[in-house]
Ligand binder design. Structure first.
Ligand code: PA5
Length: 466
């Protein structure tokens, strides 16, 4: 199993830390209640907790694998259209589990599997460049949106569908697979009218908790990632996290430590820093999960609380030359979590080619030694500055452990939300900007938002700043 080490966040090791073991005792009952409550509600509708059952959805895994094997030899490229929760999980997991620089490898080096491109943004230059260079006949487009009408995704899709139709004529439908809600949304209507192959995003699974549904599993299976192993990792972690004893539950420990560092010590910035380039997009995925789930204006009783823990993405060793100066000497508002990997796939030796004092010591060591030394040195320096750190250790980067890691973060987020007494499964704060975008683009039904925008722009234009 992946492990959590919280020693370097304990008051026994740093000044002004929290007394972790004592707090585990203080919160023992509360945490047990939260874990029990999540597990009791996870099968009920409208609780936002269906993501806790995704590891057990054998049917989805079977259909995804069947479709992936059917299309394997037909396509050289997978183009995923999505944004936020529809894309971040796929990006993070493919980057971690595919051979590095996958899209540059030959077909043989990719074991016959296609290249994969995630279009998780709208940008006229980069979109045009990608579209002009794809061989459309050999490209399978997976359009993913839970709501079925997210502006960015549907705009991407309209361009891509038009292009496919122009290039392939009537056969273009075979190059599209849609992942969306089973009933709701424009994409569902289009898919049914047009006859696309579809996969369903289950009810009560919002985007940021959807990586283990067809949203993530389909792109992963299409490029040959062993999703059965990933599901085994999720299930084993789920079993471990059902344990109501905080001393045996890493997600609960991590949640409580973050919560208390915010409440007691004002450390409300969460930095996630993997020491592995293959894990570098895990913090992007985590950022959305943590920010959209925990940043809330109202608590569950309707009180205005404006809670939130601000996530910051980092990469070791790169950000030792960027963020770490601030972490060591700046304000006491951060809690840093390192992700460490025990065994890398490769060992890369540094050759003995120079005898100069400044570099000679590196010869004969490995990049593996160096990365570990850098991580240790950073942790101890932070400790010297009385800055708390946590370390998550993965034995190796495999589908099994990636399944464990991501699922642990999801449960950790749900428990943290419960500690703050907020709803971690909605995102009311982003709906208003979506409505304003619809209004600016002239969508019918958003005249009220257009009026509100006009009032604001008028007010601002009349404001004189002296
Ligand atoms: O977590 C969420 O629910 C959101 O961030 C969504 O993933 C994002 O807004 C995309 O939404 P949709 O999948 O409905 O297109």
């Amino acid at each position: 199993m992946i492990k959590l080490n919280y020693k370097f966040a304990d008051n026994a090791v740093i000044n002004n830390g929290i007394e972790i073991e004592r707090e585990f005792d203080n919160y023992k009952t509360k945490i047990a209640e939260i874990i029990q409550d999540l597990n009791q509600r996870k099968d009920k509708p409208e609780q936002g907790l269906q993501w806790m059952n995704l590891g057990y959805s054998e049917e989805t895994v079977w259909y995804v694998k069947e479709y992936a094997s059917l299309v394997k030899d037909r396509f050289e490229n997978i183009l995923v259209l999505g944004i936020g929760g529809s894309a971040l999980g796929g990006i993070a997991v493919t980057e971690a589990l595919l051979k590095p620089y996958w899209n540059f490898l030959t077909k043989e080096q990719r074991n016959g599997y296609p290249r994969i491109f995630f279009l998780d943004n709208i940008d006229p230059d980069s979109m045009s460049a990608l579209f002009d260079n794809l061989d459309w006949e050999k490209t399978l487009v997976n359009v993913i949106t839970k709501s079925g009408d997210t502006t960015e995704i549907m705009a991407q899709f309209m361009i891509v569908k038009d292009r496919l139709e122009k290039e392939l004529g009537d056969n273009y439908r075979r190059n599209i697979v849609a992942t969306t809600d089973k009933n709701v949304g424009v994409l569902r209507q289009i898919a049914e009218q047009e006859g696309y192959k579809t996969f369903v995003i289950p009810d009560d699974v919002v985007g940021r908790y959807s990586v283990f549904s067809a949203v993530g599993l389909l792109p992963l299976a299409l490029v040959g990632i062993d999703i059965d192993e990933m599901v085994n990792g999720i299930k084993d972690m789920d079993l471990a996290l059902k344990n109501t004893d905080i001393r045996n539950n890493v997600a609960a420990q991590n949640a409580l430590i973050h919560y208390l560092y915010d409440r007691q010590k004002g450390r409300n910035i969460t930095i996630l820093m993997p020491y592995s380039s293959r894990l570098k997009y895990i913090p992007d995925w985590f950022t959305q999960l943590w920010a959209e789930s925990l940043g809330k204006e109202l608590d569950l009783s309707g009180n205005k609380v404006n809670f939130g823990l601000t996530p910051v993405k980092a990469a070791g060793a790169t950000d030792q030359h960027s963020l770490i100066q601030l972490c060591n000497e700046g304000p006491d508002d951060k809690l840093i979590t390192f992700i460490r990997v025990e065994n890398f796939d490769k060992t890369l030796e540094i050759p003995h080619i120079f005898e100069y004092t400044g570099v000679g010591y590196l010869g004969g060591k490995s990049i593996n030694n160096l990365l570990n030394a850098e991580a240790e040195a950073t942790k101890v320096t932070l400790n010297d500055h009385d800055k708390p750190t946590l370390t998550i250790t993965m034995p190796e980067i495999t589908p099994y452990y990636i399944g464990q890691l991501l699922y642990m973060f999801e449960v950790q987020t749900a428990i943290t939300g419960a500690l703050y007494n907020i709803n971690p499964f909605n995102q009311p704060g982003i709906e208003q900007a979506k409505d304003y975008t619809y209004a600016l683009m002239g969508r019918a039904g958003y005249e009220g938002s257009a009026e509100a925008l006009k009032t604001t722009f008028d007010k601002i234009s009349k404001t004189v700043i002296s």
